[in-house]
Design a protein around this ligand. Structure first.
Ligand code: HEM
Length: 122
């Protein structure tokens, strides 16, 4: 598969992952029944696994961007995952909102690094 095709798959999976995260947070916030359905709980794991596969494949083929860039993206991904868990699992509304907005902040940082091709730190 070409590098460009992989990159398109990667970006598509990023969009699906973030949109589904926002949707799940919204469903949970209004205590919607759908948030408790099994497929809603399983789908993010499938999406995120595919996202990880796209990352491994891109890194495998790419290696044209400096190691600080990859390190920045990895830290950003960890930030998104950790605060995403806080957003979905915290017991108080305050912490759920903190988790949600900080996770989105990491996504903004990741998009900036992805398009600017320059690391923010390191
Ligand atoms: C949720 C986390 C992530 C988001 C939001 C994200 C976002 C993006 C976006 C929007 C692009 C397209 C950039 C462009 O078209 O110029 C991209 C490309 C790429 N991403 Fe990610 N990414 C994430 C995680 C990662 C991680 C953890 C890695 C590797 C450590 C990674 C490696 C790459 C590579 C190698 C490219 C292609 C860069 C290029 O050749 O221009 N991504 N990412």
């Amino acid at each position: 598969m070409s590098y460009l095709a992989l990159k398109h798959i990667h970006v598509t999976l990023v969009v699906v992952s973030v949109l589904f995260f926002i949707l799940r947070f919204f469903w949970r916030s209004i205590d919607a029944q759908i948030a408790k359905q099994k497929w809603v709980k399983i789908a993010p794991h499938i999406i995120d696994t595919l996202l990880l596969v796209s990352i491994v494949a891109l890194v495998w083929q790419g290696l044209v961007l400096g190691s600080a860039w990859y390190m920045n993206k990895t830290i950003g991904l960890i930030g998104y995952i950790v605060f995403g868990i806080v957003a979905m699992r915290a017991q108080t509304a305050l912490w759920r909102y903190i988790g949600f907005f900080v996770a989105l902040g990491w996504i903004m940082m990741l998009l900036h690094i992805a398009y600017a091709k320059v690391p923010l730190f390191g």
